[in-house]
Design a protein. Sequence first.
Length: 221
Amino acid sequence: MIKRLIKAKHVFYVLGILILTLGISINIQSNLGTSPFDALLVGLSKNVGLTVGSWEMIIALLLICINSFLKRQRPEFLGLVTAFITGIGIDMWLYLLHNLVTPEIWYSKIACYSFGLVISGLGTATYLHTNFAPIPVDRLTLILQELTSTTIFFSKTVIYLIFLIAAFISNGPIGIGTILTVCFGGLILNFFMPLTKKFLDRVISQQSTSSNFEKEKNLSI
């Protein structure tokens, strides 16, 4: 039963990251700007070199050290695994969507970016509830929420503003999409967090009930 529950969490963990990275890649392809964090990654990729996914992993290592300092505990290097998978996911989706998602008209760009923003929030909420090591930037969000005793919306918005400054310095793709993310990214995540928790709890509960039923059936036989 325990193995089945862990397997179910692994599935939602990977699924959440795939949804998250799909949303990030759609936002990048919309050419309307990206989230402040992703704008920093794209800016570094264009001006320094390496892929967007590679910079995801490099910045993740830096954030792990910052998170360790704020929490005054050992660095959560397991977060590098999530960052590694996320980096691969971003590069994979960018490669697949390179010629498929190329909106030209302004309203199609806004629709594209809005869709990417929503599913990014859904993907983040999904993988966070599996309680595996979160991406360091998301761990920073949770740490800030804990330290300030506020909501996900507030802590996410503060972090967006910090990375907005860093993206501006790195000459990243800042645009109306970036503003949309700063204004609504935290709200979208705050909206999906209780919904995904309810859904995942229901699935895990069903898995547990099914396992108990099979166990009792085998004992009766």
